[in-house]
Design a protein around this ligand. Structure first.
Ligand code: ZN
Length: 261
């Protein structure tokens, strides 16, 4: 089901907080349709997996619908699809906003040097503090500040072979889902972003990403979990950048998919 009403990426963290019954300070509204969807499942999902696909914007999601077939089918079968306005065109502040529910000028996590220095807690740490175990499967620099603060941290070193990188993200995400007390997992897939920056064949990146998400979706399904998939910012394409510059600033949107696979 596609909702015309546009959301913001800032609404994900408050929605997760409400779902788990914990307090998170944000001006952004929780998304009632997501809560209704989650609460109406039987059994009600105990674990939520949030997969952020770097550089997956709404246009990319539509343009590569064939390669992203599996993800589109998650929506068509029995899922929700929203269009979310982005809050930054850079990965670090965008992901911080997804996890804390605040704009970059409020959380001030703008570069990897700022990660871990912020006093503002992410939804992962808030849940952990309330006795609800969480996990993060991310690049080493982003992972280090979370060590000792949440139950499960899988740090994957950045590397030239980004497909190998994403394969590790997928594998760790699936393996941590075996922990029965786990409540929230955050994972970050980066193949599309790397291919876009390098000017490589994007259909290949889309297919790789689709396969990784499908493998994660299968594991989420086996746990009767809730799966959220979203992008972080517009796809960084050289030709598109030039076009946008000539038309002024165009607000970009990314998909947010909610499903119980
Ligand atoms: Zn990014």
């Amino acid at each position: 089901m596609f909702f015309m009403q546009k959301l913001s990426l800032l609404q994900i963290a408050p929605t997760l907080a409400e779902f788990f019954g914990v307090h998170l300070t944000s001006q952004a509204l929780q998304v009632e349709q997501i809560l209704k969807f989650a609460y109406s499942r039987r059994p009600v999902p105990k674990v939520v997996v949030l997969v952020v696909i770097d550089s997956l914007d709404f246009r990319f999601y539509s343009d590569f619908a064939d390669e992203l077939r599996g993800i589109h089918e998650l929506v068509e079968r029995d899922g929700l699809l929203f269009e979310c306005e982005t809050v930054s065109s850079h990965t670090t502040p965008a992901i911080a906003s997804i996890l804390v529910g605040l704009r970059p000028d409020s959380h001030k996590i703008l570069t990897s040097n700022d990660v871990g220095k912020s006093k503002i807690k992410s939804i992962l740490e808030i849940l952990e503090d309330e006795g609800k175990p969480t996990a993060a499967v991310i690049e080493t620099k982003g992972a280090e500040p979370l060590l000792g603060r949440i139950s499960h941290v899988f740090a994957v070193d950045d590397r030239e072979d980004i497909r190998e990188y994403d394969a590790l993200i997928k594998t760790h995400t699936i393996s941590v889902l075996k922990k029965q007390d786990l409540r929230l997992v955050f994972s970050h897939l980066r193949t599309i972003d790397r291919f876009a920056h390098r000017g490589w064949v994007l259909s290949v990146a889309a297919k790789v990403t689709n396969d990784n998400v499908m493998a994660i979706a299968k594991a989420v399904g086996e746990r009767n979990g809730l799966l959220l998939i979203c992008g972080d910012h517009e796809t960084h394409l050289k030709d598109r950048k030039a076009k946008q510059a000539s038309h002024g600033k165009v607000p970009t949107t990314v998909p947010l998919i909610v499903c119980c696979p």
